[in-house]
Write a protein that binds this ligand. Structure first.
Ligand code: UT7
Length: 338
C-alpha cells in the first residue's frame, strides 16, 4: 500500500493582532488571568467583512504551491477542515478550487471542529493510499472571530483566525519511501455535544430574529468538562498510537498538539513522558485557531524538522471529536528536494 507523505506546508495569518490588553477593554478579564489559565498573549483577527475562511485557505494554499513549485492544475483534491465555512454550501473547498484555478480537482469540507485538520489529513491520505489521487491539498482554516461572542469572557479570550495547509503525495513518488502518515486513531462521542457547540443557524434551530436575540449563532463552551476530556483523550489517543507502533518517548521527536490551552498541552506531554520542549506550542501568539492549529505548528517548526523525524499529531474538539496520528516527516528544511 502507498503511504501519503506531507511534501509542503503553507500558512496564512491575518495581520491584525487582538491582544490581552485589547480584551481587557472589551470584557471583565485581565492579561494575567488569560496568560495563567491559557498561555495566550494575543490572537490574529481577519477584520475585513468581505474576507472569509476561503480567503485565508486560498492564501495558505498559494504559499504551499509556490514552495512546492507546482501549479494548482496539478491538484487532484482539496479538503478543507473548518467549522466556519464561508456558507453552509457551496463547500469552502469549491471556493478555494475556483480561486486557485485547480481545474481538475474535486473537493469537500470536513466538519470536525478542532479535529478538522487531523480528520482531513486522514481522508486525504486515504485518497492517496488508495491510488485515487497523486496530489491532495489538505487545509485547516477557521475565521473564529465570525462565531465568537465578544461579550462572553469565557470564550472570546481563547480564539483567533488563521489557516494552514499541507500537500499530500505518495511517498514513493518524491523519494521518501516508507515515510508519511503511518497510523491514525480517531474517535467521536456526541453524548456531551452541548458542552461545545454553535446551537443556532442549522436545521435544528434555523436563524430567526429570536435566535439572533438569544445569541444562538455564537460559539458556546462549558470550559471545565471540555478541559477535563481534552486532557484525558489527547493523551489516551497519543499513547494508543505510540503503543501500537512500538514507540518509546525517546522515539518521538515532536508532539504536534491542537492548541486549545497551554495547560492541556503540558499535561498531554507529561502523560506521554515527553519532555515539554518536544511539544510544539504557538498558542501564545495565535490563540486557538480551531482547524488551523496543527498545520500552523507544522509551518512554524518546518525549518527544524528533518526527514525521518517522528511526529505524533493529536487533537480534541467539539463533538466531541479526538484522535492522534503518527507522521514520519519526509524532508529537510523548507521543501522537498525534487
Ligand atoms: O479547542 C476545543 C477544545 N477546547 C478546549 O480544550 C478548552 C478547554 N477549556 C479550557 O481551556 C478552560 O476551561 C478555560 C480556559 C476555558 C477556562 O479555564 P478554567 O481554569 O477551566 O476556568 P473556569 O471556567 O473554571 O473558571 C474559573 C473562574 C470562574 O470564576 P469563579 O466562578 O471561580 O468566581 C470564571 O468566571 O474564572 C472566571 N473566568 C474568568 N476570569 C477572568 C472565566 N473566564 C474568565 C476570564 N477572565 N476571561
Amino acid at each position: 500500500m502507498r503511504t501519503a507523505a506531507v511534501t509542503a506546508v503553507g500558512h496564512f495569518l491575518p495581520e491584525e493582532r487582538l491582544t490581552n490588553a485589547d480584551l481587557e477593554e472589551m470584557v471583565d478579564t485581565s492579561d494575567e488571568w488569560i496568560r495563567k489559565r491559557t498561555g495566550i498573549r494575543e490572537r490574529r483577527i481577519l477584520r475585513d467583512p468581505e474576507k472569509a475562511t476561503s480567503y485565508m485557505a486560498t492564501r495558505a494554499a498559494e504559499e504551499l504551491l509556490d514552495k512546492r513549485g507546482i501549479g494548482a492544475g496539478e491538484l487532484d483534491a482539496i479538503i478543507v477542515g473548518t467549522v466556519t465555512p464561508d456558507m453552509f454550501y457551496p463547500a469552502t473547498a469549491c471556493l478555494v478550487q475556483t480561486e486557485l484555478g485547480a481545474a481538475r480537482a474535486f473537493g469537500y469540507d470536513l466538519s470536525a471542529a478542532c479535529s478538522g485538520f487531523l480528520y482531513a489529513l486522514g481522508a486525504g491520505a486515504g485518497h492517496v493510499a488508495g491510488g485515487q489521487c497523486e496530489k491532495v491539498l489538505v487545509i485547516g482554516a477557521d475565521k473564529m472571530s465570525s462565531i465568537v461572542d465578544y461579550t462572553d469572557r469565557s470564550t472570546c479570550i481563547l480564539f483567533g483566525d488563521g489557516a494552514g495547509a499541507v500537500l499530500l503525495e505518495p511517498a514513493g513518488a518524491v523519494g521518501a519511501e516508507g515515510r508519511g502518515l503511518h497510523d491514525l486513531h480517531q474517535r467521536v462521542d456526541g453524548s456531551e455535544w452541548e458542552n461545545l457547540c454553535q446551537p443556532g443557524g442549522g436545521s435544528r434551530r434555523p436563524p430567526t430574529h429570536q435566535s439572533v436575540d438569544r445569541r444562538d449563532h455564537f460559539l458556546k463552551q462549558n470550559g471545565r468538562p471540555v478541559f477535563k476530556q481534552a486532557t484525558r483523550r489527547m493523551a489516551e489517543a497519543s499513547l494508543e498510537v505510540m503503543q501500537r507502533n512500538d514507540l518509546t518517548p525517546e522515539d518521538v521527536d515532536y508532539l504536534v498538539p491542537h492548541q486549545a490551552n497551554r495547560r492541556i498541552i503540558e499535561a498531554t506531554a507529561q502523560q506521554m513522558n515527553l519532555p515539554p520542549e518536544k511539544a510544539m506550542m504557538n498558542i501564545g501568539d495565535y490563540g486557538n485557531t480551531t482547524a488551523a492549529t496543527i498545520p500552523l505548528c507544522l509551518h512554524d517548526w518546518e525549518p527544524e524538522l528533518r526527514a525521518g523525524d517522528r511526529l505524533i499529531l493529536t487533537t480534541f474538539g467539539g463533538g466531541y471529536t479526538w484522535g492522534a496520528g503518527l507522521l514520519e516527516w519526509a524532508y529537510d528544511d523548507a521543501s522537498i528536494d525534487n
